[in-house]
Design a protein around this ligand. Structure first.
Ligand code: NAD
Length: 206
């Protein structure tokens, strides 16, 4: 299968969380317009995404939720799950470790890195924090494929190269410093200010 568009992958992740929630309520089938309502998008969008992954429901019952969840899992996850390193164990790094620990995804944070002696050689929600000098060694040993950057912005660029050189394949950058794309690495930026300003734009008095 060709790589899916970024936005479709984002929505598949959201569909799966919503569908799991429906499963836990005992629901077995769902129509596209119901998924659309849950996520505040159009039924056409839902049908298009689900068609893209080669699944179809029936007119009478809609989609089988368990089958759809399993298929999304096959597309997004790997069998053994992927391992993550967090670089920068400050407020955000710690919050991330605790948050992901409770999500039950196949993604696992297995190591943290920092340069502050007060953070190093400590364990946060079962995740050990190493000195940054050990990043390449631990990434290699653990088979870490994803890095999350939660350092101060000034350090972000160096962290990107460090992670790339260590063999990491994807980076989620939480600092406000935008990073340039690098060959062989998938880069995703998350900036809280951008999201907040988007909200502010849509609610500003007109
Ligand atoms: P923080 O100061 O609490 O934590 C930063 C951590 O990085 C510290 O533990 C520090 O010792 C460590 N560090 C510094 N230089 C390092 C280096 N070279 N290598 C490894 N570790 C290093 O900061 P925070 O509040 O957790 O925020 C972290 C980053 O996330 C900042 O860049 C901040 O601007 C950004 N932030 C982003 C959002 C967002 O929505 N994206 C929200 C809040 C904060």
């Amino acid at each position: 299968m060709n790589l899916l568009p970024d936005k479709t992958v984002e929505r598949l992740s959201q569909y799966r969380r919503s569908l799991n929630n429906q499963l836990s309520k005992g629901k077995t089938h769902i129509f596209s317009h119901e998924i659309a309502n849950l996520l505040h998008i159009t039924p056409v969008q839902v049908r298009r995404d689900i068609m893209l992954i080669g699944y179809s429901g029936t007119l009478r019952k809609g989609y089988n939720i368990q089958e759809l969840v399993d298929l999304i899992g096959k597309i997004i996850d790997t069998d053994e799950g992927q391992k993550i390193a967090v670089v920068g164990m400050g407020n955000l790094g710690k919050a991330f470790i605790h948050y992901l620990d409770e999500r039950g995804t196949k993604l696992r944070i297995v190591a943290a890195f920092d340069i502050n002696p007060e953070k190093i050689d400590k364990t946060y929600a079962d995740v050990y924090c190493f000195h940054l000098d050990r990043l390449a060694e631990i990434v290699h040993k653990e088979g870490i494929t994803i890095g999350i950057i939660t350092t101060p912005p000034e350090a972000a660029r160096d962290m990107k190269f460090l992670l790339r050189d260590a063999g990491v394949k994807g980076i989620l950058n939480f600092t406000p410093k935008p990073l340039s794309e690098e060959e062989g690495i998938y880069l995703e930026e998350y900036d809280m200010i951008t999201s907040l300003e988007k909200v502010a734009y849509f609610v500003k008095p007109r």
